[in-house]
Design a protein around this ligand. Structure first.
Ligand code: FE2
Length: 457
């Protein structure tokens, strides 16, 4: 082989090596600390009128979206828990009665928190709904999700660790501009616990901030560590107290016994929500439920199997490194066996997307404790980059592990656009590029219908 041939071979080999190497993006966001939006920021504005309903949000009220649970707060007095609704804003002739609750947290007493489930909705139909009295009536709308079916298209927003900083506001604005039908939220909502005495007023401000999206489309909630609000020093020993009073989940419809783990079926996707901060060891309720739940998945009707959790199993950042390891050891083999398409997590305040690989061979004596390429395994997406006050996690382990396809320490959000039973288009939007620029993207192929296609390199 001549010198030219050797050169050509070297270039070929270098190109092949490059195709295998993951990308650690060199992009660096502005380095100044992120700051919370001030209490008088317009996004936190209280609606006009005495006792006007505020903090309106919706989530699925059953497993497929023929029911929708509407929640809101009346700050001064009880009012009522009635929602009127219908197919046009002029003709909201149906009504549903809800319930209310409230809670104390140290020196804070919540407003009246209302939850009302609208039932017997028709898939794919737009509904208008309203609550409040006289001049404080507020009207919103949503479209019930399409009926579960193998080729029903749907666009999810993927957001985690949002908080209420100026960066959080960019993330939400960019998601709104990119347009999705529902949000898969992977935990850590308000960060109220980062304020003195877990200032629960920050749960109220957060709910007013996100109302502009979540009053119009369902968000599906995952519990993160910032939902625990466990603080024995001030006598608060009931974990998840503010979260459970404020954010219902359709767990009973999913055969679950706790609101923290459950499942829904939206369009062509079966979504399983796991709880990183509830017990998951063998024989625990969550363990028993997941075992049964994976048996209930019907890939012929809902080919896309997506799992949400807060603390990631695979994360090549020094921040929160290996915190998800015990849950991975408990459940990874089940997810690989079930050919899960995608696992979404938050917690680490940066972005990372993996290849398809698994680490399930290890049995404590066989030395097989190395992640290996595995086309039955999910792609892991770490999307804890919503923009909260704790700042960016920009301390990646070096060298980049072979399973990591792309990683970057920036804020942003992602969208997952399921096209049909075989293909879904995924994009990650870095905040600093504005809404429409895409910093990472991938076509995912379905593990049930295209199990031998490697979509993750
Ligand atoms: Fe977290």
């Amino acid at each position: 082989m001549g010198a030219l041939g050797l050169l050509a071979l070297a270039v070929l080999l270098a190109t092949a090596a490059e195709a295998q190497a993951g990308v650690t993006s060199l992009y660096r966001r502005k380095m100044e600390a992120t700051a919370d939006m001030p209490l008088d920021a317009d996004v936190f504005r209280v609606p006009t009128g005495y006792n006007a309903p505020q903090q309106v949000h919706i989530t699925l009220g059953d497993q497929t979206g023929t029911a929708m649970t509407v929640s809101w707060v009346t700050p001064n007095e009880l009012g009522n828990s009635t929602v009127t609704y219908g197919r046009s804003p002029e003709k909201m002739e149906m009504s549903a009665e809800g319930r209310h609750t409230r809670y104390d947290y140290f020196n804070y007493t919540s407003g009246f928190i209302h939850h009302c489930t609208l039932k017997n909705l028709k898939h794919g139909v737009k509904y208008y709904y309203a609550m409040g009295f006289g001049h404080t009536v507020r009207t919103f709308w949503f479209t019930a999700p399409p009926k579960p079916g193998p080729d029903a298209p749907f666009k999810f927003g993927l957001i985690g660790d949002l908080g209420q900083t100026f960066d959080s506001n960019s993330t939400l604005s960019h998601y709104e501009a990119n347009g999705g039908d529902a949000v898969l939220f992977v935990g850590d909502l308000s960060y109220a616990d980062t304020y003195p005495l877990h200032d629960n007023n920050r749960w109220d401000t957060w709910a007013r901030f996100v109302e502009r999206s979540v009053a119009y489309q369902p968000w599906l909630w995952t519990t993160g560590n910032h939902e625990l609000d466990y603080e024995p020093k001030i006598g608060e020993t009931v974990p998840f107290k503010p979260f459970t009073h404020r954010y219902p989940t359709p767990y009973l419809a999913a055969g679950s016994t706790e609101p923290f783990w459950y499942s829904v079926k939206i369009a062509s996707a079966h979504i399983i929500v796991l709880a990183s901060y509830s017990s998951y060891g063998k024989y625990t309720p969550q363990w028993a439920w997941l075992k049964e739940e994976l048996g209930r998945v019907d890939r012929k009707t809902t080919p896309w199997l997506i799992v949400l959790m807060h603390s990631p199993w695979y994360n090549s950042n020094n921040y929160h490194y290996m915190e998800g390891e015990t849950m991975r050891v408990q459940f990874e083999s089940w997810l690989v066996e079930a050919k899960v398409d995608l696992v979404l997590a938050g917690h680490v305040h940066s972005y990372e997307r993996s290849r398809r690989f698994s680490n399930i061979e290890y049995d404590i004596i066989n030395n097989k404790a190395t992640p290996v390429h595995n086309l039955d395994a999910p792609v892991y997406v770490n999307i804890g980059d919503g923009g909260n006050i704790e700042g960016i996690a920009n301390n990646f382990t070096m060298p980049q592990p072979g399973y990591s396809a792309f990683r970057e320490g920036s804020f942003g959000h992602a969208t997952l656009e399921i096209k049909n039973r075989t293909h879904a288009y995924y994009e990650w939007h870095r905040n600093h590029d504005g809404a429409k620029a895409v910093a990472d993207s991938s076509w995912f192929t379905n593990r049930y219908w295209m199990p031998t296609h490697d979509d993750s390199n």
